[in-house]
Design a protein around this ligand. Structure first.
Ligand code: NCD
Length: 360
């Protein structure tokens, strides 16, 4: 029996009800035997997992330094195939996942737009996803729609090829693996001063549509005594869903448009770009918002240990002259993404023990 695109959508009944459930209610759905399987949103990660994945990333990085270690890693998953389905622009997330796969020996297929796929012939998203699962053992998806990765996992869980799905960015909603690599970067930056617990972090720029700062904010509930400073122009303030989450978990936050007043107070500054690709009406937005840029002249105002992060790409939010300063962590942060994503894939396919055993 064949289904037209419309019938297929009817065949997978219950998506709207599933999508409307709270993240807490969905946690088990994305697990297998008490372990993360699909990585869809940041609320899936608890503190033991976060600590473990940082430790594992560190081990992958150490092993990859030598030929012998790199060979070990490459022989972990040569029997697995990964699909990178990136239908929204991407440089870092795409390349770091691609290279994470290379590190572990997976082979990779990619699609970077719907224009060359049978979706132009009218194939439904559901059938397209099923097709990927027919050939692949893992799908990483970046899509402009908020619920796309989640829907992919939900669809495949109803088929005989329920391969794991990783959300590589779901519209202006979430970017959970970016949040993981941000945590890894922060923990590394603070390794000599007690880690992330007790720290003050400023998030700056477009907090309304920035999926990175949204996912990272969710993760703060796993750390003790965090204070957040949300620094943005009025039109790009953090949305009420995140503020409500922080209130519920008693995480302290302040909202301001005075960036310079926050600079001396914080242990980390997380800069973001204006996400104008999501603007319905750009006439409401004006210029480059220079009051929310970090300039070389600001380096004397921040603490000696303050870490400067940015998910990148940057436009003008951080002056290039800031790059040589040892507190500029963003180039290391993008490299951390490759180790972290390799660790995550190893974890999903349960070869993490083989990595840790090398250090026993
Ligand atoms: C971010 C993204 O795509 O959300 N980039 C990334 O994945 N490193 C941030 C951005 O595009 O501004």
């Amino acid at each position: 029996m064949t289904y037209t695109a419309k019938q297929t959508r009817q065949f997978y009944r219950g998506w709207d009800e599933f999508y409307a459930k709270s993240e807490n209610e969905k946690l088990d759905f994305f697990k297998r035997e008490d372990r993360l399987f699909d990585v869809i949103f940041a609320q899936q990660f608890d503190r033991p997992f976060l600590d473990y994945i940082c430790q594992l990333s560190e081990r992958v990085r150490q092993l990859a330094r030598t030929k012998m270690g790199a060979d070990k890693l490459r022989h972990l998953l040569p029997h697995k195939r990964c699909m990178l389905y990136f239908v929204q622009p991407s440089t870092r997330t795409f390349l770091s996942f691609l290279n994470a796969c290379h590190i572990l020996g997976l082979s990779v297929s990619e699609s970077r737009g719907t224009s060359t796929s049978s979706e132009v012939k009218g194939e439904s998203q559901e059938d397209t996803i099923r097709t990927f699962a027919s050939y692949m053992d893992l799908i990483v998806a970046r899509h402009p729609e908020a619920g796309f990765a989640e829907k992919t996992a939900w669809v495949l869980n109803q088929t005989d090829r329920p391969v794991p799905i990783i959300n590589g960015g779901s519209g202006p909603d979430q970017h959970p693996t970016q949040a993981l690599l941000d945590i890894y970067t922060l923990e590394r930056s603070f390794k000599d001063i007690g880690g992330l617990d007790g720290k003050k972090i400023a998030m700056v720029g477009d907090l309304k549509r920035g999926r990175t700062v949204r996912s990272l904010s969710y993760l703060m509930k796993n750390y003790k005594d965090i204070t957040l400073y949300f620094v943005s122009p009025d039109i790009f303030k953090m949305k009420p869903d995140i503020l409500g989450f922080l209130d519920k978990h008693q995480i302290k936050y302040h909202q301001t448009d005075d960036f310079e007043s926050v600079m001396p107070l914080v242990d980390a500054i997380y800069m973001t770009r204006i996400q104008d690709e999501y603007a319905d009406d750009t006439s409401q937005e004006s210029g480059t918002y220079p009051a929310f840029h970090f300039k070389a002249s600001h380096l004397s105002m921040i603490q000696p240990h303050c870490a400067l992060l940015h998910p990148l790409p940057r436009r003008y939010e951080i002056e290039v002259d800031v790059d040589p300063d040892p507190r500029a962590a963003y180039w290391g942060q993008e490299r951390n993404g490759m180790w972290l994503r390799a660790a995550l894939i190893a974890y999903i396919f349960r070869v993490d023990d083989d990595i840790l055993r090398e250090f026993a």
